[in-house]
Design a binder for this molecule. Structure first.
Ligand code: UDP
Length: 243
């Protein structure tokens, strides 16, 4: 069946892209042009099937507040502000590439910076989505001591998303670290409750409990797997479905 004839299982989604997923490990460049191109292809495919797409970008490829505090003694709040600004850099890079690929995009920020991006206003965000625009949420929640996973959970609830897709470097949720253990087993599907009980570390605890409380499914998948995002939105088996 051609993709256009298919219907999304999840009509409105939040795609969380970690900063690490944007990095080029070979060259060390924080933002890999090829990853941006692939993202543009994936998002275009989602629009073709009528899915409404919001994106939350991380900033870990550039700066993390906690890591800064540990390694060079940066004040945690200052470091977190730096981390949130890092997400703005990633979001603008994504916007640029998506626009060049012919997609209509709006960047909405949790920290006011009117020359660069629109402020996040829930109703305005949903209106953009209804009009077929891709909305990129940047600057996390606007608060230190938070993560962009939490921002994704928050925004997903605010805009009434049907699911969060968490795109990382790993292709799902495992019972132990697959980078360290060759016998690590990937879960195909797991309930929120089981993920919590088994401490599977799908997201940080605050973000996860926000999803659990609101019965929001989370699909963890690999950014590197071509077409994985589309398949997940169509309801096909890919990565790990939490929910
Ligand atoms: N951050 C923050 N508040 C937020 C979101 C992010 O302070 O609401 C900061 C925090 O320092 C974090 C950094 O921004 O480490 C980058 O975000 P994150 O680590 O979530 O990015 P990812 O791991 O997804 O690349």
């Amino acid at each position: 069946m051609p993709a256009a004839a298919k219907k999304p299982k999840y009509r409105r989604i939040v795609l969380k892209i970690s900063g690490e997923a944007l990095r080029n490990d070979a060259t060390g460049e924080p933002i890999d042009s090829k990853v941006l191109d692939r993202l543009a292809d994936e998002l275009r495919a989602l629009q073709k099937i009528g899915a409404q797409v919001a994106v939350v970008v991380g900033g870990g490829n550039i700066f993390r507040g906690l890591a800064g505090a540990r390694s060079n003694g940066t004040d945690r709040t200052t470091g977190d502000n730096m981390g949130m600004l890092a997400t703005v850099i990633n979001g603008l890079a994504l916007m640029d590439r998506l626009e060049k690929a012919g997609l209509e995009v709006r960047v909405m920020t949790a920290i006011p910076m009117d020359r660069i991006a629109e402020p996040f206003i829930q109703r305005r965000a949903t209106r953009h989505l209804e009009r077929g625009r891709i909305v990129v949420f940047v600057a996390g929640t606007g608060n230190p001591y938070c993560t962009t996973d939490y921002a994704a959970a928050l925004r997903a609830n605010e805009i009434g998303a049907d699911a969060i897709l968490k795109a990382t470097k790993v292709d799902g949720v495992y019972d132990k670290d697959p980078m360290k253990h060759r016998d690590a087993r990937r879960f195909e599907r797991v309930s929120h409750e089981e993920a919590l009980r088994k401490r599977l570390g799908v997201m940080d605890a605050e973000a996860f409990s926000l999803c659990e409380a609101n019965h929001l499914p989370i699909i963890v998948l690999s950014m590197a797997e071509k077409g994985a995002v589309l398949r997940a939105v169509l309801g096909q088996r890919v990565g790990t479905l939490v929910g």
